[in-house]
Ligand binder design. Structure first.
Ligand code: TRP
Ligand code: ZN
Length: 882
């Protein structure tokens, strides 16, 4: 049993499994009342490489009905259960173990294991859900070949699906039918999947690079076939891309995607049978925004790429999660960069990293890309493992170059295809294939925290010699503090940081193209002979181009230099970065003004720099939309010693309004120039134009001008696509105008039958800056559109409020915290994984003033004291309070 006293699991305790399971023969029979019998025949074999041990199988919520070894039933099966595990001693070296259990998917609200969603049955086994289906050594280094036979009512569940190939099917008594599936590839049990449901199917075919024809299918809730064309298109694009860029081809004859409305995460890469949250499959121009289309493209690609990076080569243990996730995120990022604008993708990745991963590293849940311990593995599907993990892979790519990296990937598959391996194995393959020494680089996997890199420069004009001194410091995080308290030592030292550098002269001309420096010491000086460049003054460095490492860079740079970089840097990422730096600095200065009781204002220099970007926005609308977006309230708060959400909100509002006042004409012109010719298409150029136009509308709406509001209303009513409709809708719903209620009502009336659009309706209300927001969010939980059992609804309303509305979540009276704690307590017994994700909203609580801290502590304690609290939430709350 899991409980709040679950002990931490440590990487150093890893032992190879004592028993292998070569084959698994599963028979799953779903009765009309949902009760399900699972018979598992496991061909087990002792691992001769380790000392003999009992065979211990994991199980949760299983009613054990029978147990047999080599066909001989064992009496009193329940007597073999010890501490929640099924233990069998004195087995022959090799035998067949048969277990028979009953499970209750209709009552399974955790959405882990086998569960019911509407009128069908679905599974989610990563990380440890398979043990909720049958007794099994539920660990990724035990790989087996699966044969699965499913039985259910033919009319209610016409589709019976599992991994691999359908080998036989037929009818049986009582209007039931059966289907048998064989997966030719050995796999860890977390990749097992099955579905029994009534679904519509979109079929397609794909011919691989080597000429093999493959069947593709996307299964969706009946009536939604017209919403899966884009996902299919994305799947075929991903397949082609992986062949071209990585030389990797699909290894199956059949590849299926099933969409389900109740799902804890985005999607799951089960071998040959991906299961997706509907959010990442269903799209039609009138119901999905450009952002939705982009996300679908990326998630479909991500799960497909896992077939090689995750499934063919999998993780030895869950500490190695980033082996598959960091690498696969890197691959889906590269796919996105090759398909859309590379610079814009990079900007969005970094914005995401700073919004989620940097604060994670600075908070109570800090952990390295490869953690050394955890209490509940589901809590480690984090921004650090995914996004920082991808940054670590990207740095390897930067150090090795595309050719070296591809040689590394080849060697990785040559060595480890069909194996369960470690992050170290991956780095070794990269090192051995390229000859680049990655010994020191490995520390990135072991050390938590966002390193700070400080840069200082000097210029000897007479000699034309420029020097750059870089130093790094790696802050101790909550993670190291905890390890220390446990008496554990750990290596810490300088990291190997690739710093991409370019140099510009005072007019913005590039005098040194991008060069990658390796910062490996605590402090290091790099000297450049620029005597040939004819420089009269010191050059302007463009540091950390393309964000070459996930670090915080400290570099003194005056406003004028930033404006030059903003206008001229050849590195588009750094052009954006210079603007963000300038905005951050100026906005924080105004926050300080407000706090000192003085009036805040927007410096003219900023309006000018902003106007310059706006004037050039036609050249690359998607980039301009990024460059014209002010730093978020959360980011500004993260830069402060004590976060002041009210002052930050006021300053950001003032900046938006002032920019709109000063630049009304240019914004109006942008709106006119960016109007969309022709019907909607989710294509990069058109997406960029819509993004820029709606950004301009957003600024104009800051004017509180009724003419602009009416323009937004007609866009809301007349748009032929959700991108434009939603942009106008959210702006109006966040404005103090009678039109607010009008659009909220019209939107819901129009879309009440489209669950994913209703989610948008909820999240818009959760992000509102208007004063009644918290009360409304609470009321909405009683609205028929809300459902505590559905993760998408909880994420759309509750998590959005807690994580994306700092003004109201961090309200000084503690009302936001008390509300969140109440929901977490209610949700914990229903779905601990989702409850735990909501609880992460408290990560920053110690960054606020004492009054807020007092309220947050009380809220956290009320969760901690809940009887029977899940291990998931206990770990998050326990760390927050520690
Ligand atoms: N492996 C999945 C992915 O990254 C993540 C995932 C899906 C997951 N469902 C989950 C992780 C449930 C934990 C629990 O693509
Ligand atoms: Zn993944």
């Amino acid at each position: 049993m899991k409980n709040s006293f679950a002990r931490a699991i440590h990487l150093r305790d890893y032992r190879a499994p004592a028993w292998w399971v070569d084959t698994v023969d599963l028979d799953v029979s779903i009765a009309d009342d949902g009760s399900t019998e699972v018979t598992a025949r496991l061909a087990v074999r002792r691992n001769a490489a380790v000392p003999a041990q009992v065979l211990a199988l994991d199980g949760e919520e299983l009613e054990l009905l029978g147990l047999a070894v080599d066909g001989r039933p064992l009496p009193a099966p329940a007597s073999f259960i010890r501490d929640g595990r099924l233990e069998l001693a004195d087995l022959p070296e090799q035998c067949t173990l048969e277990t028979r259990v009953r499970i209750q998917p209709d009552r399974n609200t955790t959405l882990s294991g086998l569960y019911r969603s509407r009128d069908g049955y679905f599974t989610q086994c990563e990380a440890e859900g398979f043990r909720r289906i049958t007794w099994f050594p539920d660990r990724p280094d035990v790989m087996s070949r699966y044969t699965v036979t499913l039985h259910a009512d033919r009319t209610r569940f016409p589709e019976l699906l599992a991994n691999g190939n359908l080998v036989a099917s037929g009818d049986e008594a009582g209007g039931r039918h059966w289907a048998r599936w064989v997966d030719p590839f050995p796999k860890p049990c977390y990749l097992f999947a099955m579905v029994a449901a009534k679904l519509d199917r979109l079929d397609d075919r794909y011919t691989t690079a080597s000429g093999r024809a493959v069947d593709l299918a996307i299964y969706v809730e009946p009536g939604k076939l017209d919403q899966c064309g884009f996902a299919m298109h994305a799947l075929k694009k991903s397949m082609r891309w992986d062949e071209r860029r990585f030389g990797l081809e699909l290894d199956l004859d059949r590849y299926m995607i099933v969409a389900v409305g109740d799902f804890n995460m985005g999607a799951m890469e089960n071998k040959g049978l991906n299961i997706f949250n509907t959010k990442y499959v269903l799209a039609r121009p009138d119901i999905a925004t450009d952002v939705d289309y982009m996300n679908i493209d990326r998630v479909v690609a991500h799960e497909y790429f896992h077939n090689w990076t995750g499934n063919r080569v999998t993780c030895r243990d869950w500490f190695q999660l980033s082996l598959k996730e960091g690498l696969t995120v890197f691959r889906d990022q590269e796919y996105g960069s090759d398909e859309y604008s590379r610079a814009v993708q990079r900007i969005q990745e970094v914005r995401g990293l700073r919004a989620a991963q940097f604060p994670e590293d600075a908070g109570p849940m800090a952990h390295p890309v490869r953690p050394a311990s955890y209490e509940e593995i589901n809590n480690f599907y984090t921004a650090t493992v995914y996004e920082k993990g991808a940054e670590v892979v990207r740095m390897i790519h930067t150090l090795l170059g595309e050719d070296g990296f591809q040689r590394g990937m080849k060697l990785y598959f040559q060595r480890h295809d069909g194996q369960a391996v470690t992050c170290d194995d991956f780095v070794s393959a990269m090192q051995d294939a390229s000859g680049v020494d990655l010994t020191q680089f490995r520390r990135w996997y072991e050390q938590a925290g966002t390193p700070r890199v400080n840069a200082e420069t000097s210029f000897d004009a007479a000699l034309g010699r420029w020097t750059l001194t870089l130093s790094q410091s790696n802050p101790e995080t909550a993670y190291e503090k905890r390890l220390k308290e446990e008496g554990l030592s750990f290596p810490r030292g300088p990291l190997h940081i690739p710093v991409a550098l370019g140099l510009l002269d005072a007019d913005g001309r590039e005098v040194l193209p991008t060069t990658v420096l390796s910062l490996t010491d605590t402090t290091q000086t790099f000297t450049f002979d620029l005597s040939q460049c004819g420089l009269k003054a010191a050059p302007l460095p463009s540091l950390l181009r393309n964000f070459s490492a996930p670090v915080a860079l400290d570099f003194e740079c005056d406003d004028r230099a930033l404006a030059t970089l903003m206008a001229h840097d050849k590195d588009e990422f750094n052009r954006w970065e210079a603007g963000q730096r300038l905005a951050t600095r100026l906005m924080l200065a105004q926050v300080a003004q407000l706090q000192a009781g003085r009036e805040a204002l927007v410096p003219p220099l900023f309006v000018e720099a902003f106007a310059a970007v706006l004037a050039q926005s036609d050249a690359d609308p998607a980039f301009a939309a990024e460059a014209l977006t002010l730093p978020s309230e959360a980011w500004l708060g993260d830069q402060m010693a004590i976060i002041d959400p009210d002052a930050i909100h006021a300053v950001r509002r003032l900046f938006r309004r002032t920019l709109a006042e000063r630049l009304r004409g240019p914004f109006e012109q942008v709106m006119a120039r960016m109007s969309a010719p022709g019907p909607y298409a989710p294509e990069p150029a058109a997406m960029g134009r819509r993004a820029l136009r709606n950004l301009a509308l957003g600024y104009l709406m800051a004017l509180d001008d009724s003419a602009v509001q009416l323009r937004a209303l007609s866009q809301f009513r007349e748009a032929d696509n959700m991108t434009d409709q939603f942009a106008a809708f959210s702006l109006l719903a966040h404005s103090e105008t009678p039109l607010r209620e009008v659009v909220l009502n019209e939107f819901l009336a129009r879309w009440k039958d489209e669950a994913l659009v209703v989610d948008k309706w909820l999240s818009v209300q959760a992000t509102s800056p208007l004063p009644d927001t918290r009360a409304r969010v609470r009321e909405l939980m009683a609205h028929p559109a809300f459902d505590l059992k559905n993760p998408n609804k909880v994420y759309a309303l509750v998590r959005t409020f807690c994580a994306a509305n700092p003004l109201h979540f961090h309200a000084a009276d503690g009302s936001g915290y008390a509300y969140a704690a109440g929901v977490i307590r209610e949700l914990d017994p229903v779905n601990p994984q989702v409850a735990s994700r909501v609880a992460r909203a408290f990560d920053r609580w110690k960054r606020f003033d004492e009054g807020r801290q007092g309220h947050a502590r009380k809220a956290l304690e009320s969760i901690r004291d809940l009887p029977g609290l899940s291990a998931d939430v206990a770990e998050v709350v326990g760390r927050a309070l520690a």
